[in-house]
Design a protein around this ligand. Structure first.
Ligand code: UD1
Ligand code: UDP
Length: 368
């Protein structure tokens, strides 16, 4: 069996890395194809996991749009798949790389395995375009690797055959456990100068397309207010390189005392930063899934979520993008130690670190 593993963005690289490593460990015939929908942020992750792709489609352009990414992936991946003739292609999650690579595989009648299958909001506009990327990818998929029972139930409700859907846990927990290092120390400013003992660090990540414009203005204004009104609080925000995010972040947060706008971080220091933060404010999917393992409460800066497990488990709260609501929830967790402790001590519903092993076991059984 030859497995093609395809990914293109930061979160896909992190979540596919444990599967690549598992294929290496078991000496399975596999080929890693990166679209490079992301460039620097992808390369950072390839390096930390020691992955050298067999093919790099190198498609990223400055401020690219969805038409460009979709068409480039389909056109550039075709000759690679024709040459390699894999028995199965693995895609992950909900990006345009995921959708376009699945479609290309379907056109070439190559079976598709979808990692992190079955997440849904059933709202076309939230997250945009990821909800529709996921739904279409499911239609193109032959083997669905659902991270949770809830994700499996979503797929069964949509009529997928039960024997094609497996609950595996999320590979992000495998990746996190491979990388987490409680002894890691920050060597570079500004993180090396932050007093994590006497100050409380709010970690912000925000990049979602549906939050561009006014929602991001509200998010960043709330963060600014929280820092200005809590003298022991520092805000650290590794700003996503998307120009739409950079511009608004700089307008509202640059130059504010105790606010650090920094470059997107490598995975090992980022995990350590999560570990040393007091509270995480994020619209990221992966960060929501990782934070409970590190015992960090999360405020989710989105109107809807396809990750209800964290909310139900009590490790995350869906606060939306309204400035006052964000301030209210964050201030509550800054002031009420009991409420904070409650959120910080719940178990992670997303997995046990063995998802990649399960996925490879299933592939070996199903694809021959
Ligand atoms: C993409 C995914 C989103 C995922 C996010 C993770 C789609 C439609 N969106 O959004 O689901 O949550 O990645 O971060 O697939 N850029 C760089 N360097 C990089 C990466 C991005 O400069 O390493 C800049 C470029 O100007 C690029 C722009 O960001 O054109 C947008 O990148 P793109 O992948 O299209 O969208 P994201 O917002 O990153
Ligand atoms: N991450 C990172 N460096 C950063 C910010 C995030 O390594 O500066 C990691 C984070 O730990 C998580 C993943 O990137 O595993 C999430 O990616 P992102 O938020 O870009 O995408 P999403 O998960 O929302 O699709």
């Amino acid at each position: 069996m030859k497995i093609a593993i395809v990914f293109g963005t930061r979160p896909e690289a992190i979540k596919m890395a444990p599967i690549v490593k598992e294929c290496e460990r078991r000496h399975l015939d596999h080929v890693v194809i990166v679209t490079a929908q992301h460039r620097e942020m992808l390369d950072q992750k390839l390096e930390v996991f020691g992955i050298e792709p067999h093919y790099d489609l190198d498609i990223m352009q400055e401020n690219q749009d969805l038409f460009y990414v979709t068409s480039s992936v389909i056109n550039e991946i075709k000759p690679v798949l024709l040459k390699e003739k894999p028995d199965v292609i693995l895609v992950q999650g909900d990006t345009t790389t995921t959708l376009a690579a699945s479609l290309a595989a379907f056109y070439l009648k190559i079976p598709v395995g979808h990692v992190e299958a079955g997440l849904r909001t059933w709202n076309k506009a939230n997250p945009y375009p990821e909800e529709i990327n996921r739904q279409i990818t499911s239609r193109l998929t032959d083997i669905h690797f659902a991270p949770t029972q809830g994700a499996k139930d979503n797929l069964l409700k949509e009529g997928f055959a039960p024997e094609s859907v497996y609950v595996t846990g999320n590979t992000v927990i495998d990746a996190l456990l491979m990388i987490v290092d409680p002894h890691y120390t920050f060597n570079e400013s500004p993180l090396s100068t932050v007093d994590f003992v006497n100050r409380r660090v709010l970690l912000l990540t925000s990049h979602r397309r549906e939050n561009f414009g006014e929602p991001m203005v509200q998010i960043f204004s709330a963060c600014r207010y929280l820092v200005e009104n809590n003298p022991d609080v520092e805000l650290i925000y590794p700003v996503h390189p998307n120009p739409n995010v950079q511009k608004t972040a700089k307008e509202i947060l640059a130059g504010v005392p105790r606010v650090h706008l920094i470059e997107p971080m490598e995975y090992r220091p980022f995990v350590q930063l999560m570990n040393r933060s007091y509270l995480i404010l994020t619209d990221s999917g992966g960060v929501q899934e990782e934070a409970p393992t590190l015992g960090k409460p999360v405020l989710v800066l989105r109107k809807t979520t396809e990750r209800p497990e964290a909310i139900e488990a009590g490790t995350a709260t869906l606060v939306g993008t309204d400035k006052q609501m964000i301030i209210k929830h964050a201030q509550h967790l800054l002031s009420d130690k009991l409420a904070y402790h409650e959120m910080a001590t719940k178990a992670n519903p997303y997995g046990d670190g063995k998802a990649a092993q399960r996925i490879v076991d299933i592939l070996l059984e199903k694809v021959r």
